[in-house]
Design a protein around this ligand. Structure first.
Ligand SMILES: Cc1cc2nc3c(=O)[nH]c(=O)nc-3n(C[C@H](O)[C@H](O)[C@H](O)COP(=O)(O)O)c2cc1C
Length: 375
């Protein structure tokens, strides 16, 4: 069964021609520029909401409104550039999770990716007894079968509805990780291990709700061979972050992208984020400074993260990531996936996706291994 095309990714009535989701990357790394470019190539482009309002003039005085206004603006900008599929990523850990979810639904985002926490409760402003009638698809990002079970059970009970797809993110991802530090290198928590476990949790719900619930694999997926491997293991799509940073369309500054180009494997480290989760980032002087006990002075306009102990944390992560996005690495640092050291060039999203599709075909033709047929 050597397919001539990459499989499409169908989520309810949406169909992406290319089964690649561009991972939402917060604090300005994936906004309408990157998301629309990915959607125009047939993938799913995602606007991240974490810290999105920091680029609005009233961020310091009215942060909550600034976040909403910025998200509304970015969705509209993306819509003006593409007729493709646009998603919005909202971290459950954000204080204005409810507002941002509602705003994405109101603005007609095709999908909502819910990460960094268990999305067991949705905003009361949504029609919770008719979630299935909303055009927006709901997709939690999980890192274990256990989390998947908790979410599905609670949605079934509360909403008589279950998510439309699930992203399973393994420990090689960039940014915040849904693992304890000691689990990150433990093979029992590798994506190869957790993906089939999540697929098994979802299977009975597909039958019960009579709908297909695709599973999308994420974290360390870098080459077409990686994509092929996880699709063979039961994923219907993949989510990639790091690879999309190294594109012209990525909304970060050139300096931020150069940090990826210049980093070495040993520069990619795990940090303790003020969000209360470990995070993967690229080592720099700022991180050395704060990890050696220095406290950066900052003013917190509002507690943007539910769990942030803003009076005691050594630095403001929102500010540090914004500085990095803008190219000021003296006062910030870059989040990155475990493969960031492999980035050696910046290309267009079009070239990136075309190359992955071509290489995927080559791999699929050489290795029709899904059925175990000898080559
Ligand atoms: C710079 C950066 C910022 C990120 N920000 C977010 C975010 O705001 N929300 C989220 O759910 N995931 C975030 N992620 C995770 C990505 O969306 C993606 O799932 C992950 O990086 C996939 O692994 P990969 O980078 O190896 O492809 C971020 C990743 C990076 C590299």
């Amino acid at each position: 069964m050597n397919s001539k095309k990459m499989p499409t990714l169908r989520i309810g009535d949406l169909e992406a021609n290319i089964p690649i989701v561009q991972g939402g990357m917060g604090v300005g790394i994936s906004l309408s520029g990157l998301a629309s470019a990915v959607a125009n190539e047939g993938g799913i482009g995602v606007i991240a909401t974490a810290g999105i309002g920091q680029f609005e003039p009233d961020w310091d005085t009215n942060s909550r409104e600034a976040d909403k206004k910025a998200l509304q603006k970015e969705i509209r900008k993306a819509r003006a550039k593409t007729g493709g599929i646009i998603g919005v990523n909202v971290m459950v850990a954000l204080s204005d999770f409810d507002d941002l979810v509602q705003c994405a639904v109101d603005e007609g985002a095709n999908m909502l990716f819910l990460s960094a926490g268990l999305p067991i409760r949705l905003p009361n402003t949504l029609p919770l007894d008719r979630l299935g009638e909303l055009a927006t698809k709901f997709v939690p990002i999980v890192s274990s079968a256990r989390a998947t079970k908790i979410i599905f059970k609670s949605w079934e009970k509360r909403y008589t509805h279950v998510p439309d797809a699930v992203v399973v993110e393994g420990p090689l991802a960039g940014g915040h990780l849904g693992f304890k530090k000691e689990q990150i290198e433990n093979p029992d928590y590798a994506l190869e291990k957790i993906l089939p476990e999540v697929v098994s949790v979802i299977r009975p719900y597909q039958e019960q709700f009579n709908k297909s619930i695709p599973v999308i694999a994420a974290g360390g997926i870098y080459t077409a061979a990686d994509i092929h491997k996880f699709m063979q293991m039961g994923a219907q799509g993949v989510q990639m972050g790091t690879k999309f940073v190294a594109t012209y369309e990525c909304d970060a500054s050139r300096v931020f992208k150069e940090v990826y180009l210049n980093c070495k494997k040993e520069d990619i480290i795990i940090i303790d984020s003020p969000v209360g989760l470990p995070g993967r980032a690229i080592r720099d002087e700022f991180l050395e400074r704060v990890s050696s006990g220095a406290k950066e002075s900052f003013k917190c306009p509002w507690k943007c993260l539910k769990s942030c102990d803003f009076k005691n944390v050594p630095y403001c992560i929102g500010r540090a990531l914004t500085n990095a996005k803008k190219g000021n690495l003296e006062e910030g640092f870059a989040f990155a996936g475990a493969n960031a050291y492999r980035v050696d060039t910046i290309i267009s999203v079009k070239e990136l996706i075309e190359t992955l599709v071509k290489e995927y075909m080559a791999v699929a033709t050489q290795r029709p291994m899904a059925t175990g047929t000898p080559a």
